[in-house]
Design a protein around this ligand. Structure first.
Ligand code: ADP
Ligand code: ASP
Ligand code: MG
Length: 402
């Protein structure tokens, strides 16, 4: 079997944990399997590198950010290979250049396009454990790129697809995918299985246990994932196309603090305004999430929308620069907001999910600023200070009675 195993930052945070991971990999290697290991940077080192960059230059060029951030993963793969050497097992560490992991050209948020597998296959052929840097790639300018925060999961899934692996295991600091973040909701339940679609919604809406693009890729290439703990051998959660267990109304609750609301006030109520606004943002690669437009009155209207917190400054800059052409009288921004969402394939055919969620929020005194729904989710925007309380209340409303 060829097994891809990915370990997150906390799983390789220190010497002891690195040896723990090395031993787990060697266990499967000793059974005769081919092992590809994908690692994140140690502990919080990516955060520390970002803080260093901010201190040096608050508007650091994105290319240089990637040059810096990719060092984190390079440290952990080299140390892991050294640990395996101590344990007497042949191993080799490779970075994005050495493998050749090609991405789109954008820095800090690029997408994997193609992975050359020849070098990896040769190393596996020589019976080495191959340890690969997660999160990073190279672009057509021969520069380093990164895949966005949490992107090592995506590296692992892309490798599993490219190598046609028999298994893709994501090891982390919790025992699997839960009905809500177990650090916020103590009575959250571990799921045995979850569908790609539900996991994709949860990941996109803030459940950072998996990078959302990793789920997208897993679905596209049919890579079955298992999410489990690097610290014990408890059974994890399987992410796949169809699950056998009876569909629950709601599979999980997700929260996302990395969000900000922008309001454009007093826009002309005429065709083309929304197009102008969102085209300006699209050109800057800024993703827009919930959009709300007020009913036109006295020939003016307001448009509010949310963007990721790390994109809000850039968004405001481009909107202010074009304030006249988009006809905005005023531009407001609120960074102290968060999203809470319920997700579940079961809600498609069930009325009342939104009402139940709003009731839970009402019961704990939380006001809703914006609402957005799809077939399998309901999302609300609320004040950030209430996000944990709201997540627990919504989780309990749906999960305790099922
Ligand atoms: P890693 O460094 O291993 O990639 P992350 O910190 O990126 O780990 O993701 C794991 C974290 O995701 C957990 O510690 C947990 O707090 C958080 N999390 C959020 N939502 C969920 C959920 N529904 N199920 C499990 N963990 C979740
Ligand atoms: N080290 C990167 C981050 O902290 C990638 C990852 O952990 O997946 O975002
Ligand atoms: Mg992660």
């Amino acid at each position: 079997m060829l097994i891809v195993k990915k370990f997150g930052g906390s799983s390789v945070a220190d010497k002891e944990r690195i040896f723990n991971v090395a031993k787990r990999c060697i266990e499967d290697y000793s059974k005769g399997h081919d092992i590809v290991v994908v690692l994140s940077a140690m502990g919080k080192s990516t955060d520390e590198l970002i803080a260093k960059a901010k201190d040096m230059n608050p508007n650091a060029p994105k290319r240089e950010m990637d040059m810096l951030l990719t060092t984190g993963e390079q440290v952990s793969v080299a140390l892991m290979a050294m640990a395996m050497d101590v344990l007497g097992v042949p191993a080799v560490s490779l970075n994005a250049f050495q493998v050749a992991m090609h991405t789109t050209s954008a820095y800090m948020n690029s997408r994997l396009k193609r992975i050359d597998s020849e070098r990896i296959r040769n190393e596996l052929e020589a019976r080495k454990i191959v340890i690969i840097t997660g999160f990073q790639g190279i672009n057509k300018f021969d520069d380093y790129t990164t895949l966005g925060r949490g992107g090592s999961d995506t590296t692992a899934v892309a490798l599993a697809a490219a190598l046609n692996a028999d298994a893709c295991e994501i090891y982390t600091d919790v025992e699997g995918v839960y009905t809500a973040d177990p650090r916020v909701v103590p009575n959250a339940r571990k799921m045995k299985e979850i569908t790609y679609d539900e996991m994709l919604e949860l990941a996109t809406l803030g459940a950072k246990v998996l990078h959302n693009r990793s789920v997208e890729l897993a679905k596209k290439y049919g890579v079955q994932l298992v999410v489990r703990s690097s610290l014990n051998t408890a059974e994890g959660t399987i992410v796949k196309e169809d699950v056998k267990v009876e569909k629950m109304l709601v599979s999980g609750v997700a929260a996302d603090k990395n969000t900000a609301r922008i309001s454009l006030i007093g826009l002309k109520d005429e065709p083309g305004i929304a197009f102008k606004i969102f085209n300006l943002l699209a050109k800057k690669n800024i993703n827009v999430d919930i959009i709300l437009q007020s009913i036109g009155r006295d020939n003016t209207k307001d448009i509010s929308f949310t963007v990721a917190q790390d994109a809000v400054d850039e968004a405001i800059m481009v909107l202010e620069d074009n304030k006249n052409s988009i006809t905005a009288q005023k531009i407001d921004v609120n960074k102290k907001v968060a999203k809470v969402s319920v997700v579940g394939a079961g809600m498609m055919s069930n009325a009342g999910v939104a009402a139940k969620m709003f009731e839970a929020l009402f019961d704990c005194g939380v006001n809703i600023h914006m609402i957005s729904t799809s077939e399998i989710r309901v999302t609300v925007l609320i004040n950030e200070e209430f996000v944990d309380k709201a997540t627990r209340a919504v989780h309990d409303a749906f999960m305790l009675e099922e």
